[in-house]
Design a protein around this ligand. Sequence first.
Ligand SMILES: Nc1ncnc2c1ncn2[C@@H]1O[C@H](COP(=O)(O)OP(=O)(O)OP(=O)(O)O)[C@@H](O)[C@H]1O
Ligand SMILES: [Mg+2]
Length: 254
Amino acid sequence: MNWKRPNTITGPVAQGKKYFRREDIEDKIWHEVSQGNSVLFLAPRRVGKSSIVSYIAENPLESFICKYEVIQAEDTIQGFFKRLIAMIRDSLSAIGKSKEWFLTWWDSWTIKTLGKDKVEIGHKEIDYRNIFFDLLDKLKESKLKVVLFLDEFPDVVLNIFEKEGEGNAKQLLADIRTLCHEDKFKSTFVLVLLGSVGLSHIVKKVTGRNDKINQLHTKYLPPLTEDQSMTFLNFLLEGATMQLSEETKRISSQ
Ligand SMILES: Nc1ncnc2c1ncn2[C@@H]1O[C@H](COP(=O)(O)OP(=O)(O)OP(=O)(O)O)[C@@H](O)[C@H]1O
Ligand SMILES: [Mg+2]
């Protein structure tokens, strides 16, 4: 008989058949997103944030266009907004929507105009932050609903603080506040920010206060209940050669 290993995965995000559904928390996140509320999703390291959120992004509720990325490496405010624009572009092209207008819109911001008497070839200097907000207006016109899932967001605030200084880090937090707070974005654009429980500490370091991130609807990832742990163990062991006695499973689930 061939040895069949348990359905475990160690290290990377659990995806596809390896992902054990956490419907309770998936539903809580969708509940907020459906109402246009941005979410801060917090949990200590290694407990399953990225697995849950990458599943949600891959299996969106109808009418939402989703994109999940780990954005940890971003360390400038321009880089951050450039990344968001690219995520929106990718999410639209993945579902074959609105590629044309996106490209026309992009060219209008980036390619120098060709005047009647003089020809100017090349690219304009791009202020990604500025054009990002313009893109949101365009999304609103096209009645699209985009949800971006930004994994390791607190690291970006810290990176920008360290590389570009307090001013830009504060600017980023103020922009996040605007994006999450203003009604005009609510039906168009929602952010789900993921982090380990360090964000409030970072916000305090940057702003000297704790209030800049309060407008986010915070969700904590609770540990599995005993019942869920038992179901999870059965999920991992289903079809595997190695099995555990009911007694061992019960003790492991507590
Ligand atoms: N829903 C799940 N189904 C199956 N395995 C899971 C699940 N959630 C977490 N795991 C296990 O835990 C590990 C860590 O999961 P994940 O990377 O999603 O956690 P995280 O909270 O995002 O971690 P980090 O803080 O390092 O970013 C996975 O490699 C996998 O072994
Ligand atoms: Mg993670």
